[in-house]
Design a protein around this ligand. Structure first.
Ligand code: FAD
Ligand code: DHB
Length: 394
């Protein structure tokens, strides 16, 4: 057995694991990342696109913000469509210029991977489902796995579970020590990425009788669109033509006329779920990002929440080593869960407001329309939605 030692083993090289690695390295703390998939596979997942200012600040601090500032798009507003009418909601004017940035998760991941390569930091890719956690209820946890047929072990002081919703870390916690809170929604999102100019220049959420649609972008020549679809639908039954026909029916008529369509570069269906595991710390093992919580994507909070966790966790581990204090690690779970539940509430509310539910016929639809009407006409409601969209401070 090949044995290595480090201070922190990070399981998962998604955005949470990579960002945590960058922050720990900056503070002189050793770590190794172990990832199930290959680097190319991790980069091929098309997911988040909208970053909060707290997230971009943290990426800057970690030393990976250069391309984000050169190529990311500053967004001062988003829009809502309901009953066929378009309503622009200005965020920046209500919150002293605070704004969002459109920059794909793929690009964030690529920047973090390049940064690791330049610094020569160790990432063990393609370990498949072989990772096993040991002794994390002690101060001497270990992680074992198999790489290219060779059995390996890493001894560490801490394990960071950054391995997403389907990862091994949360699954390793004894059932009696963890509580899961979950809500599954009766629909999914069918997403399409295409090399076409975005029909709206700002992120636009539509509530229609046919269901929800979202128009987003990655650049002024690349669109990211989503439509609400059935929970059991298969992506193969959605040809590009069928997608564009349906999408057109869920945006305002002027936009439908000017929509530029083209072949999809990527097309996938994501189920919608709200999920929180409590607590987020188990002895020497900490959960961060999607490993601990999932929000439905409406409102773009998932990656931003992951960055918030990693910020708190890196500070806690740094405090442990630099000040010999356990205060940060002891407060990690409670500090994160307050911010997490706030974003869970917002994402659940925004999802409930914008989608067609099996019971959103008649009365339900009218109530949604009344709430949307109130929202776009009440300064207090607009202040509240934009405050939540910007996210709670990390
Ligand atoms: P992941 O990205 O899931 O990474 C976990 C990593 O761990 C993966 O690389 C995985 O391969 C690895 N892993 C898993 N199991 C193991 C194992 N056993 N051993 C080793 N490694 C393992 N969020 C936003 O903030 N803004 C948005 O605009 C937004 N839009 C979204 C749109 C869609 C359609 C979807 C699906 C999500 C969106 N999100 C958004 C959410 C965001 O993508 C996630 O919250 C984010 O990917 C979480 O990062 P993570 O690193 O915690 O988890
Ligand atoms: C995107 C995803 C979201 O969930 C959202 O609310 C806004 C934009 C996107 O992928 O661009």
């Amino acid at each position: 057995m090949k044995t290595l030692s480090t201070q922190v083993v990070i399981v998962g090289a998604g955005p949470s694991g990579l960002l945590l690695g960058a922050l720990l390295h900056k503070a002189g703390i050793d770590h190794i990342i172990v990832e199930r998939q290959s680097g190319d596979y991790v980069l091929s997942r098309i997911r988040a696109g909208v970053l909060e200012q707290g997230t971009t600040d943290l990426l800057d601090y970690a030393g990976v913000g250069k391309r984000l500032h050169a190529e990311g798009l500053r967004h001062d507003a988003f829009a809502l469509i309901f009953k066929g009418a378009f309503h622009r909601i200005d965020i920046a004017k209500r919150h002293n210029g605070r704004h969002m940035t459109v920059y794909g998760q793929t690009e964030v991941t690529r920047d973090l991977m390049d940064h690791r390569m330049q610094l020569g930091l160790e990432t063990v890719y393609s370990v498949g489902d072989t990772v096993v956690l040991h002794d994390f209820d002690s101060e001497h946890p270990r992680v074992t796995f198999t790489k290219d047929g060779e059995a390996c072990e890493i001894k560490a002081r801490f394990i960071a579970g950054c391995d997403g919703y389907h990862g091994v870390c949360r699954a390793s916690v004894p059932a009696g020590s963890i509580q899961n809170f979950e809500k599954v929604y009766p629909f999914g999102w069918l997403g399409v990425l295409s090399e076409t100019p975005p029909v709206y220049h700002e992120v636009t959420y539509s509530n229609t009788e046919r269901g929800f649609a979202l128009s987003s972008l990655r650049s002024m020549t690349r669109s990211r669109y989503y439509i609400q679809c059935g929970i059991d639908e298969k992506v193969e039954s959605w040809s590009d033509d069928r997608f564009w026909d349906e999408f057109k029916k869920r945006i305002d008529p002027d936009a439908a006329k000017r929509l530029v369509t083209g072949p999809s570069i990527e097309k996938s269906i994501a189920p919608l779920r709200s999920f929180v595991a409590e607590p987020m710390r188990f002895g020497s093992m900490f959960l961060a990002g999607d490993a601990a919580h999932i929000v439905p994507p409406t409102g773009a909070k998932g990656l931003n929440l992951a960055a918030g966790d990693v910020n708190v966790l890196s500070k806690a581990i740094i405090e442990y080593y630099q000040e010999q204090s356990k205060a940060g690690i002891d407060h990690y779970s409670a500090r994160c869960l307050r911010r997490v539940w706030n974003a869970e509430r917002f994402s659940w509310w925004f999802t409930s407001l914008m989608h067609k539910f099996p019971d959103t016929e008649g009365f339900g639809q009218k109530i949604q329309e009344a709430e949307l009407d109130y929202l776009v006409n009440s300064e207090s409601a607009l202040h509240s939605i934009t405050e939540n969209y910007l996210g709670l401070a990390h």
